[in-house]
Design a protein around this ligand. Structure first.
Ligand code: SAH
Length: 225
């Protein structure tokens, strides 16, 4: 069964912003915004997002907004994390999930509690190093993390039954399509001609890939190399 999580870390500071009540309110907002999967909501209620941002921003951690995490990157908006996770899980339980753009590790922490194992790739080493430490402190162990270009995927551990990409691609990365197992699904933002980003869910059936649009989104770009 999914992730074994302790979540027994002491709050770093401040009672109000780290309290369960603040997270409960966030979950109410997510429900209002259309998130319905009870498992996803339960995990969003338990993951201490304030620990994934700088202490100076901790008081804003339970606003439904993206926040800077350094190196020009952001922690995704909780609604986006919840809806991408919900979209990924909609077809049933996933054992092996590849996450591209692990960043501070927040989405990783959410996923790890809902799937068998997470394989996370992040191209900025110091971000991943911080994520590694925090995830371990939180008692989340069902994951493998590496620094690298996520566009290449993680060949040695493929195929994956789920792939989630947290940065906007110019086109569907071919290598990721190939590393998707039969019936596997990938949730990925793709930039279209006019610069708008569309969130897509791609499901593999044999050599065919079925594409659905999940709406408009706003992500940092997927950077090669
Ligand atoms: N998943 C994070 C969001 C991080 S923002 C969260 O839970 O909040 C997107 C991340 O994708 C950034 O950290 C960025 O460095 C990373 N990224 C961009 N292009 C990448 C690539 N080609 N390979 C791996 N990571 C990439």
């Amino acid at each position: 069964m999914g992730g074994q999580t302790g979540m027994n870390r002491q709050p770093r500071s401040g009672i109000g912003m780290t309290s369960q009540r603040t997270r409960d309110r966030l979950v109410q907002r997510l429900q209002k915004a259309g998130i319905t999967d009870p498992a996803v909501l339960a995990v969003m209620r338990s993951v201490p997002r304030h620990l994934f941002v700088d202490e100076a921003l901790a008081s804003r951690a339970y606003e439904d907004t993206a926040l800077p995490i350094g190196h020009g990157q952001t922690i995704s908006q909780p609604y986006v994390v919840a809806s991408m996770t919900e979209a990924l899980l909609a077809g049933g339980r996933l054992e092996k999930v590849l996450e591209i753009g692990a960043g501070c590790g927040y989405q990783t922490a959410v996923l790890a509690q809902l799937v068998g194992e997470v394989y996370g790739i992040e191209r900025i080493a110091p971000l991943l190093q911080r994520a590694r430490i925090l995830l371990r402190e939180l008692g989340i162990y069902n994951l493998h993390l590496k620094v690298g270009d996520g566009v290449e995927g993680w060949k040695r551990s493929a195929p994956f039954d789920g792939i989630i990409v947290a940065a906007a691609a110019q086109e569907l990365p071919e290598e990721l399509l190939l590393q998707l197992g039969e019936g596997g699904r990938m949730v990925i933002p793709v930039t279209s001609g006019n610069g708008a980003q569309e969130l897509l869910r791609v499901t593999r059936r044999g050599d065919e890939y079925h594409c659905e649009s999940l709406g408009t989104v706003r992500f940092v770009p997927l950077v090669r190399g």
